[in-house]
Design a protein around this ligand. Structure first.
Ligand code: VG1
Ligand code: CO
Length: 586
């Protein structure tokens, strides 16, 4: 092939948000759009020390590329491959069929010591010609590019004037012979250069590295023993997202679950028209199937994952586990139930600021360090890499550990199976299985319960949403908290816009969410989403702590009603946005 230079004009708004660049497919389909953005990344990397492309490496960088299989995945892979080849990369690994889940990309980068990776996903956002697409860049540690990268990407995108692309003499795709549906390796020669340079494309198995990693973390033999029990059954709903490419291998082939344990396990370009977000609203079918009142054969354990496989939802028979509690339970059991954490390997935990503080109670009791970060997985990376924390989580159904630098849906499910195996295998007779609900209720009685809910107001008018946030800031600046204090019956101990200083590299992230924290730890938090593709999404997070064991079994909505009302009152959300109810409550 030869490398050719093409002119392009900068596009507005090529700015990565909480997790990559997310826009409507139609936006990505504009001629030159992807090229301009990906070229901006390659223009930026040489200027970022430690990026693996800063000219200090001995050999040509190696990258990995794959996506969640949503509409436009294949076209984007073809386009990006040509830019990768033209920008000095020596080898590109591509997941078979263009498929790689987000945590698997992280695992591959780490296991093979790559310079980085490109993930094509808009995560839990719907897919299809009229829905969303996205691009993420992960660095050599396997984690999402931090702001020190994404700020440079954005700056470059505002000035980009051309891109480099690998072509045949007649401007066609020189890699058209690469068959993405089969594993294999292809070597091409760049004939532009004075010294001929090789460029290798390797189509790799999407699951091998990821599964090998799990084998080294979990005791598969014990998990098989749990799954063999006649009183245990599970149901994993991939919501037609990317985990369908992994679940048969992991749960059926490796752990012995029957094929009936998997639902919606074929990755589809439009996720079957659904919203691949594992929560009570969008995974309602799974929730119904796990409810013994609606399904006499409800399984003991249910789980779902999102479009790109980094989120998870855990449920028991008619019992929902909040992501906050899930994180806390995993942390509480990790050392005993998961070989990877045995022998004091767990020294710290972390959660994002809006996440309820259930895990803080576990940390306090077990003598673990506990960190509170801004929303978005990239803020955990430095804690994980420096050994300060090993298990992290977000209220948005994200949980993971330092085995990768992304959240990991299947990992969380394997953790829960490990907890259930720990409680049952060789301990309980068949017919008296300790299930998900019992595990969580015992946890509440031991640590207290953090009632939690999140209200999402999607696609609000952006100006109205910003005006509301400004109103809240002014409210805080005035400092009169009597409305809240009278309404809740406790002092407000913190009222601020969350600002985070990374304890490892000292970087500062401001304006990460308005929070009102009461003296008893209960909280009201507001922030604007950084992952939407239209308008502004307001997220309202409510948390209330209950330490009295006789009161932990209350209904969450009832326990939180008063605080929800207060939050709406103080923010004037309905009058700013014209919304009288949220789109989603989790
Ligand atoms: C949301 C969640 C955040 C999560 C992010 C990416 O961000 O709140 O916790 O890390 O999505 O998740 P925001 O800015 O919309 O609130 V995923 O599964 O989209 O990679
Ligand atoms: Co996701």
């Amino acid at each position: 092939f030869v490398i050719k230079q093409f002119g392009v004009k900068p596009f507005e708004g090529q700015k990565m948000g909480t997790s990559g660049l997310r826009k409507k497919v139609k936006v990505f389909q504009q001629p030159g759009y992807i090229e301009a953005f990906v070229q901006s990344i390659f223009d930026a990397l040489p200027e970022i020390p430690g990026s693996g492309m800063d000219g200090r490496a001995q050999s040509a960088p190696v990258l990995v590329l794959g996506g969640d299989g949503r509409y436009f995945n294949r076209e984007a892979i073809r386009t990006i491959t040509r830019l990768v080849a033209a920008n000095g990369v020596g080898k590109l690994l591509i997941g078979q069929n263009g498929i790689l889940c987000t945590p698997a990309v992280s695992a591959i980068i780490r296991a093979r010591r790559l310079s980085g990776g490109i993930i094509l996903t808009a995560s839990h956002n719907p897919g299809g010609p009229n829905a969303d697409f996205g691009i993420k860049y992960n660095t050599g540690d396997g984690g999402p590019a931090p702001e020190s990268y994404t700020d440079v990407f954005y700056a470059k995108s505002q000035r980009v004037s051309g891109y480099r692309s690998a072509c045949t003499e007649s401007d066609a795709d020189p890699f058209a012979s690469v068959n993405l549906s089969r594993r294999g390796s292809y070597t091409f020669v760049d004939r532009t250069a004075a010294t001929e340079r090789r460029f290798v494309i390797e189509v790799i198995d999407s699951a091998d590295d990821y599964v090998a990693l799990f084998r080294s973390i979990f005791d598969f033999e014990r998990l098989r023993a749990l799954l063999r029990r006649p009183d245990f059954s599970m149901l994993f709903d991939s919501l037609h997202g990317v985990t369908g490419a992994y679940t048969r291998r992991i749960f059926c082939e490796e752990l012995g679950a029957p094929p009936s344990a998997l639902r919606n396990a074929t990755p589809l370009e439009d996720f079957g028209g659904g919203h691949p977000d594992p929560n009570l609203v969008y995974a309602a079918e799974l929730v119904a199937l796990c409810d013994p009142k609606q399904n006499p054969k409800a399984p003991e354990f249910g789980a779902a994952s999102d479009g790109d496989g980094d989120r998870n939802m855990i449920i028991g028979r008619g019992f929902f586990v909040t992501p906050n509690d899930s994180l806390a339970v995993i942390a509480a059991y990790a050392e005993r139930a998961i070989p990877y954490f045995a022998g004091g390997k767990l020294v710290g935990v972390a959660r994002s600021m809006p996440t309820a503080s259930s895990v803080d109670r576990v940390a306090a009791k077990h003598g673990l360090a506990c960190y509170e970060t801004p929303t978005g997985w990239k803020f955990f990376s430095s804690l994980l890499s420096s050994g300060r924390a090993q298990i992290c989580g977000e209220e948005s159904f994200g949980t993971s550990s330092d085995h990768v630098r992304e959240k990991d849906g299947i990992w969380a499910v394997l953790c829960w199976l490990s907890v259930l195996a720990y409680r049952n295998v060789d301990k309980t007779p068949v017919g008296s299985l300790v299930g998900v609900q019992q595990v969580v209720e015992e946890h509440w009685r031991e640590y207290g319960r953090n009632f939690f809910t999140r209200y999402d107001y999607e696609e609000c008018d952006a100006d109205a949403a910003h005006a509301m946030m400004q109103h809240l800031e002014e409210y805080q600046r005035r400092g009169d908290m009597s409305l809240l204090e009278r309404g809740y019956g406790d002092k407000v101990s913190v009222a601020d816009n969350f600002c985070y200083t990374d304890p490892v590299d000292g970087s500062v992230a401001r304006n990460q969410g308005i929070r009102f924290v009461f003296a008893d730890g209960s909280r009201i938090v507001f922030r604007l989403s950084g992952t939407g593709s239209m308008g502004a999404t307001i997220r309202m997070y409510i948390e209330k702590y209950e330490s009295d064991p006789s009161r932990v079994d209350q209904d969450a909505a009832t326990a939180l009603r008063g605080l929800v009302q207060l939050a709406l009152e103080v923010s004037k959300l309905p009058s700013f946005t014209g919304r009288d109810r949220p789109n989603v409550i989790t």
